[in-house]
Each structure stands twice: as C-alpha cells, then as structure tokens.
Design a protein around this ligand. Sequence first.
Ligand code: SF4
Length: 290
Amino acid sequence: MADAERDDGRSEARAIFASAAALVRELAEEGVSGFEPLPALAPFEPRAAPASTGDGRPVAAPSRMRPAPAAAPGQSRSEPSTAAALPPSLPTAMPALPPRARAGGHASLDVVRSALGDCRRCGLCEGRQNIVFGDGNPEAQILFVGEGPGEQEDRTGLPFVGRAGELLTQMIEKGMGIPRSDVYICNIVKCRPPGNRNPLPPEVSACRPFLDGQIEAIAPKVIVTLGKPAASLLLGREISITRVRGTWQTYRDIPLMPTLHPAYVLRQYTPENRRAVWQDLQAALERSRA
Ligand code: SF4
C-alpha cells in the first residue's frame, strides 16, 4: 500500500473515531445515562407479532442487529452505471453504533435526532437549508434507505418529496398497498450534496453513525435500499444494482432487499424497470409480514 494511501486511511479512521466519540458525548449530554450494549453477533430472530400499546400501535421490539459490516458509499442517483466506483480510501470498518438508549422504542429515534443536533460534522452543512433526518413511522416494519436529499428535500427538510419521492410514494401506496406513513424513509447522508453530487467518503463516514442509530432505534423487519449507493454502503461492498436487486441480502441479520432508485426508474421509465421494482417491493412486503 502506498504511503499516501495509508495516511488517507489513518486520517479517515481518526475522523470516524472522533465522530463516534463526539456522538457518544452528545448522547451523554442529552441525559442518556443508561446504555444497553449491542448484542455482539446475536442471531436475529424474526420479530414476533408485536404487542399493542393500547392504541393499536405496535411496541418496538428490542434490537437484535449485528455490528455494522464494512461500509461503502457509492455513485450518484444516476445508477445503475458502474462508472462511479467506490473510492479506494473508503474505510473498511465503521465505528460501533452509539449504544442504544434505554428509553426504548421511538424515543431512541428522538435521541438519535437530538444527538445529531445542528450538525456540522462534515462539509455538507455549509450549503444545506435543512437537515433531512428522516420521516415516517418510528416503529416501521419496513425501512427505506436512499442516498441523500435533493433540492426539494433540502428546502422542506423531508426525504423523498420531489418527483422521485412522488414515485416512491406511489410505489409504496399503490405497489405495496400501505400508507407511506406506515414505513420509515431516510438517507445515507442527511444534508444535500451540492449539485446532487455523490456524497464523499468523509461525509458518508461522518453521517454513518446516525443512519446506524436510526436502524437500531427502528429495528425494522426489512430494509429496502434505493439504488446502488445505499445497497453498497449497507452491504459493505460495491455492488452492481442490476445484478443484486431483487435478491435477499442481510444487514446485521436484518433482511435487506436492494431495489432501483426511483430517480433512475423515472429516467428509465420502462415496463421492465417498473416490474422489477414492483416485484422487489412485493417481496419486501411479504417478508415484513412473515
Ligand atoms: S451530512 Fe450528516 S454528518 Fe454531514 S453535516 Fe449533515 S448531518 Fe452532519
């Protein structure tokens, strides 16, 4: 390995650990005094039929996720081209998740948002109008993960509200037959990359603990990744979305279904692509109900 490459890797690792340490400090400042360490490599057991809170809402199940695998950001929403390969300086291991607060359920998601605060951990804070943390049911059975906010998302502070968002909403409501408010939707990075460029490795690394925190807090039964970058990040390797979509993967023992990004489907609005996404979402819905 070249010296420069090794130096890049060390700087990256230092930035990651600094980010994770800062997050833990902030959680402590938020008054989180009791932590429940993540079960290391605990086998995932499908969530049993959720208990009711009394108002019909299910009670969140305890997390059974495994530690995060190696991470990988990817290319822009112009996938599925393989031209934008993962940067070589990508860290091969992500920091441990911030420990789950004992508050439990969606309170943990609130803690993650609170810890994010008015985040300035990476350069994407410079051009943003709003942090786009995520939206939906904090106890969702299905979690959608995209790449990053676009212009309208940046303006509104909500994920997937532009044209691609409209298509995603249709995919969920007409394709899966459930209200969008039943699922949770978030992105790899919470601030809009300028000009909708790919998020850079340090930006992905800085934001990654919060995505992991969201997954930990929601503990979904199924994750659906939208596009190549989100799938590559969570699977820890660069994937070809056209090869991997429609095949079951796992992220920390949670079933993960990679599918096409709605922005790509809008650009390539072919019956084949629409059918592919429909099939992927049907499979995700079935798995979430198993
Ligand atoms: S992208 Fe994430 S880490 Fe970077 S400033 Fe925004 S919230 Fe913070």
